[in-house]
Design a protein around this ligand. Sequence first.
Ligand code: ADP
Length: 263
Amino acid sequence: LRGSATPVIPFTQPGNLTRIYAIASGKGGVGKSTVTANLAAAMAAQGLSVGVIDADIYGFSIPRLLGARSVPTKVGSMLLPPIAHEVKVVSIGMFVPAGQPVVWRGPMLHRALEQFLTDVYWGDLDVLLLDLPPGTGDIAISVAQLLPHSEILTITTPQLAASEVAERAGSIALQTRQPLAGVIENMSWYEQPDGTRVPLFGQGGGQQVAASLTTVSGRDVPLLGQIPLDMTLREDGDEGTPVVLAHPTSPAAVTLREIASQL
Ligand code: ADP
């Protein structure tokens, strides 16, 4: 990563119409990165120009989920992002040696994010998705500072205990004055062959987070969808083709497309 003296963030320039969503969760493992990769692929498949910044320093799984195997290429002072399934992808993981943990402090993360926004040639994007680390860390504040127009999408599981931490992640938007675009519940149920839905991880978490964020923000924060547990979703992610492309008729893919169409 390289320094830049006078950073100009194209997304904050007058007339820029890119919609920006920062995807947050209270804790890890709720499917935040999987949902991000699928929303990106679904929107790109609709013909939108889509970019993803993987800022999840602890996870950086977006390149694998989208099957992006290359790293950005340098053209003059700019970086060209790799494109996978029509999605432009940049990840913190592309800049750290394989197998090494990222032990960056807040200011370094801020700087890395700033460079992703200023030094990467994104072109005209319709949508930019940012996969945030779980929790309420420094990077969420950096996103708010660097991209004041970005909106927050909160991912939770149906478990009520999980929804409390998701509420905290969502309510950081109140302090940073970012709009809350909505809540997505993931791993909502497992559907048995006879059609019965088994709520393996409890029920009501998504609804509760949406209701509570609506109350604290004084604005309607919708529950945008409930994504079922789906083995093909995990397998497709492991193989680098999001389920919305690999198995577009699966219930998880249908729900993910419905969510994408609301954004
Ligand atoms: P996070 O980004 O929140 O840490 P991930 O997207 O990495 O979570 O997902 C954690 C694990 O759960 C992954 O192995 C992923 O494939 C799996 N997973 C996520 N959502 C679902 C789902 N709806 N059904 C089945 N497996 C899922």
